[in-house]
Ligand binder design. Structure first.
Ligand code: TEU
Ligand code: CA
Length: 543
């Protein structure tokens, strides 16, 4: 088992928005190549790049039509091979994104299925039924029904996401073998690890008929054969010694422990999203509520301590291409922009687990602040605008909800400079708008500022790679006596560090938790008492 991922940090690149090399407004592989030195300068060892395979791009590449070829908008196979070897010569490895729960309906397997070829129909999940009666009254993740009718076949097929993303039938061993071949193909190209999209949804219920109404994800998560499927995939492709991360939707702590315990030969680690739902009112992403910090702290405490006790391993993160920006969500875009972004970074990076930095997070990039529907691109945002307004929400309120919740908030172009289009593209316009604050939130200006969020993130990555307590220590949450101040202790071989983070925009009082040498802080001047924390203050102390 490869253990170096405990001391490494992963950088996530959303290719479409990272860097455009040829002036068509869309980020691409050669754009990534031109920025590898920048990524290396952060100190990370791995780069997860979102899918760039052939795709009609209904879900921005998470709808793959050919797993072994590259979408020409993003480059060529030789560009891709050069990207892999150039990263390797800089001491970094790529993790490619495997979307194996579903394919695009443009994939040749699905096209053959549509002709009625029984072999390929069995690659997907088709059920009989008349045109007015789907097998179950399930909803898909992007709004609307999860079963789609094909009149020519007089059958329904299952899609947990968009109707153009048909779910694969993992019960069919041929499907599993096809997918293993895809892994072998990219492994042979020199890829160092993999991220598996919604991996815990691939094992569907044994009997799909007569199930009650509800969200399809709810019925398909952590299914009865999931652990066997994952182990088979990992062992047969020989990726057990590589870095792997499974994206686990609506999962449980018990399952994530199993997915990541090394002796089970499943994943190196998993993503889960419970901590990013603490501002969902009644669990509904499209209903706004201030974040419940008490719930947030308890989720971290429970997952961190249990994973540690049972030998599981988690990915720790705030941001990705499906999430609004964390500084807009739990921090502050105004007076405390820098302090809050650094505090949020400190909290994640000192935890037990492998931290992920999503492009632009290291700059403190914010939400998009779009005010018109036309500014959005994501199929989910556009669907939910329609759903919300059809249910009586005013257009103004629906736009306010999107401004807080849409995935496009995290998908605006990487802000490289204060120049035209933030230095992202030479095109007249990028494929999606750029927040106005790129004038001061950008790589160029943060490189020049020793106190920038960017330079602080470099310190966080370095601390983990150089300090064994951070990479390998146990974790225990401490009682600060204040719901807005989270604190935990990491310890190893009789030594320990204490991390204290104030999630509040005002001064907060806490119990005295530690004394010792300050390893890192987001304020210029020290904090002698450690009982009075300044707004969004973060301190790491070596006891
Ligand atoms: O996301 C899976 C997923 O369920 C969430 O990201 C979901 O969109 C969010 O939690 C809703 O609140 C993965 C990819 O990361 C995403 O970009 C794809 O759209 C999705 O799978 C389908 O492939
Ligand atoms: Ca381009």
């Amino acid at each position: 088992m490869n253990q170096n991922f405990t001391s490494s940090t992963v950088y996530q690149v959303y290719i479409k928005s990272f860097c455009d090399s040829n002036g068509d407004g869309i980020g691409d592989i050669n754009g990534i190549r031109s920025k590898l030195k920048y990524i290396q300068s952060l100190g990370v060892k791995y780069i997860w790049v979102t899918p760039f395979f052939c795709s009609p791009m209904v879900d921005n590449g998470y709808d793959v039509s050919d797993y072994r070829n590259i979408n020409p908008d993003f480059g060529t196979m030789s560009d891709c091979e050069a990207m892999i070897s150039e990263a390797a010569s800089l001491g970094m490895g790529f993790m490619f994104d495997m979307v194996f729960n579903h394919t695009s309906t443009q994939h040749e397997w699905f096209k053959k299925a549509l002709t009625g070829d029984p072999e390929y129909m069995n690659y997907y999940i088709f059920r009989d039924g008349d045109e007015n009666t789907p097998p179950a009254d399930w909803t898909c993740s992007f709004g609307g029904p999860a079963w789609e009718y094909v009149p020519g076949l007089k059958k329904w097929y299952l899609h947990l996401f968009d109707p153009t993303q048909a779910d694969l039938n993992w019960e069919n061993p041929k499907v599993r073998n096809e997918l293993k071949d895809v892994i072998r193909f990219w492994k042979a190209k020199g890829v160092k690890g993999f991220r598996f999209d919604v991996l815990n949804l691939v094992s569907k219920p044994e009997n799909l008929d007569n199930l009650p109404a509800g969200s399809a994800t709810r019925f398909c998560k952590d299914g009865h054969r999931i652990h066997d499927f994952i182990r088979e995939l990992v062992i047969d492709t020989g990726i057990d010694n590589m870095i792997t991360v499974g994206e686990m939707a609506s999962t449980t702590l018990e399952h994530c422990i199993k997915y990541s315990q090394p002796d089970r030969h499943e994943m190196s680690m998993c993503f889960n999203f419970h901590h990013l739902k603490v501002d969902y009112k009644d669990g509904n992403k499209w209903a706004l509520m201030p974040a419940d910090l008490k719930v947030l702290r308890n989720l971290f405490k429970e997952w961190q301590e249990e994973m540690c006790a049972q030998g599981g391993w988690g990915a720790v993160f705030w941001c990705n291409h499906d999430q609004p920006r964390i500084v807009s969500r739990l921090g502050n875009e105004g007076k405390y922009w820098k302090h809050s972004a650094k505090m949020l970074g400190t909290f994640i990076h000192m935890l037990r687990g492998t931290p992920y930095i999503y492009q632009g997070e290291e700059l403190g990039m914010t939400n998009a602040h779009f005010t018109r529907l036309e500014q959005y691109n994501d199929v989910e945002a556009i669907n939910y605008y329609k759903i919300l307004t059809s249910q009586g929400t005013s257009s103004e309120e629906a736009l306010n909800i999107l401004a807080n919740r849409a995935r496009d908030n995290g998908r605006t172009p990487m802000q490289w400079t204060s120049g035209r289009n933030a230095g992202f593209t030479e095109a007249p316009e990028p494929w999606i708008g750029i927040p106005e604050n790129y004038s001061y939130i950008n790589v160029e200006s943060e490189e020049a500022d020793p106190d920038s969020i960017l330079n602080y993130y470099r310190k966080l990555v370095k601390l983990r790679s150089e300090n064994k307590i951070v990479s390998d220590g146990r974790v225990k949450f401490l009682e600060s006596g204040n719901e807005r101040v989270f604190a935990y202790e990491r310890s190893l071989d009789g030594k320990s560090i204490v991390v204290i983070c104030n999630f509040s925009p005002i001064e907060e009082r806490i119990n005295k938790l530690a004394a010792g040498k300050v390893l890192l802080t987001n304020y210029d001047s020290g904090n002698e008492s450690l009982e009075n924390l300044r707004p969004y203050e973060a301190i790491v102390i070596q006891k």
